[in-house]
Design a protein around this ligand. Structure first.
Ligand SMILES: O=C(O)C(=O)C[C@]1(C(=O)O)C=C[C@@H](O)C=C1
Length: 308
């Protein structure tokens, strides 16, 4: 049976009778997604977990006050950026207050163990993380991307014989599916990095995590990281180098850089950089002031304790 800590509610879950309300955590649903498991690992029991249909809907729930926190997948060690998450961050309205890592082991879950699947459902990131396994073991099956791994498990269960899902082991139990393949990810070290988000307006700087899922050390003693989002005028030679040099010249180390098309015009990008320092560090403040002179837009998405 599912753990009660994983109990879900819809996005309109009402506030508690004490006037303050029960803390609500939005995640990509339904029950049993990796996002759900990270949310429960981060926040524990006694909260209301509100499953959303898409990653942008998790951002909307947090921004519009339907949840106090959200948990979103940002990047995967095998497949890279989770683009709907990056795109949602560019729209603003939320702040990063924590990070978490989950080693992802996928399972091929079947409705009828003796019937080879002709249709295999999963989230596009999960399908990509298992692409070698799928093309080797099920070359003739139709591979169908859906909104989440748990939605795939539910679909397979509903559709019956000939269907399968790539999903977590938890989904086998929650949706009553049989094991067709264990740890079918292409890389054993397959890991997804998640962010905990909160509305900008709360001024929240940390989340009430008791035991971070991904580490045995206390997050509160770990160094901070800051995720910065910016665009540069690409027509000017060296604009990106100058923006990054504002950080490098102050001895600030970058642990990640990635980009997304901005949608403003062709070949114009948002850049995301993780800086190994807190936004209240004087060097970060000075670097941001210098970047404002070099960048079209520069925004801090949040500072959070590094748990890697
Ligand atoms: O569908 C899920 O279970 C999710 O939580 C989404 C998601 C993703 O978007 O990356 C999260 C972790 C895994 O990398 C695969 C899928």
């Amino acid at each position: 049976m599912p753990d009660p800590a994983t109990e879900t509610a819809d996005a309109n879950a009402s506030r508690g009778a004490d006037g303050k309300g029960t803390t609500r955590v939005a995640y990509l649903g339904p029950m049993g997604t990796y996002s759900h498991q990270v949310a429960v690992g981060e926040f524990g029991k006694g909260l209301v977990y509100v499953g959303q249909g898409t990653i942008p809907a998790v951002f909307d729930a947090v921004q519009q006050g339907a949840a106090e926190f959200g948990v979103v997948p940002f990047e995967n060690s095998t497949e890279g950026a989770v683009n709907p998450c990056l795109d949602s961050f560019t729209k603003g309205g939320v702040r990063i207050v924590g990070e978490a890592y989950l080693q992802i082991h996928h399972y091929l879950l079947l409705t009828h163990p003796s019937t080879p699947p002709t249709r295999i459902y999963s989230h596009p990131q999960a399908l990509a993380q298992c692409s070698t396994y799928l093309s080797t073991h099920h070359p003739g099956a139709q591979i169908i991307p859906v909104s989440s791994t748990a939605a795939a498990a539910k679909m397979a269960k509903d559709q019956g014989e000939g269907t399968a899902a790539v999903a977590s082991i938890m989904c086998a139990e929650v949706y009553g599916l049989e094991m067709g393949g264990r740890e079918v990810e292409d890389r054993r070290d397959n890991t997804t990095r998640f962010f905990v988000i909160a509305p900008i307006t709360t001024g929240t700087t940390s989340h009430p995590s008791s035991t971070p899922l991904s580490t045995t050390t206390s997050a509160s003693t770990n160094p901070s990281k800051t995720l910065i989002l910016f665009t540069v005028p690409h027509a000017l030679p060296g604009a990106l180098a100058r923006a990054l040099n504002a950080l490098a010249s102050r001895g600030l180390n970058l642990s990640m850089i990635t980009s997304r098309p901005s949608g403003v015009r062709k070949w114009h990008y948002w850049f995301f950089v993780d800086v190994e320092a807190d936004e209240n560090d004087d060097r970060v403040k000075e670097a941001l002031r210098e970047m404002e002179g070099e960048c079209e837009v520069v925004r801090v998405l949040g500072s959070y304790k590094s748990v890697r």
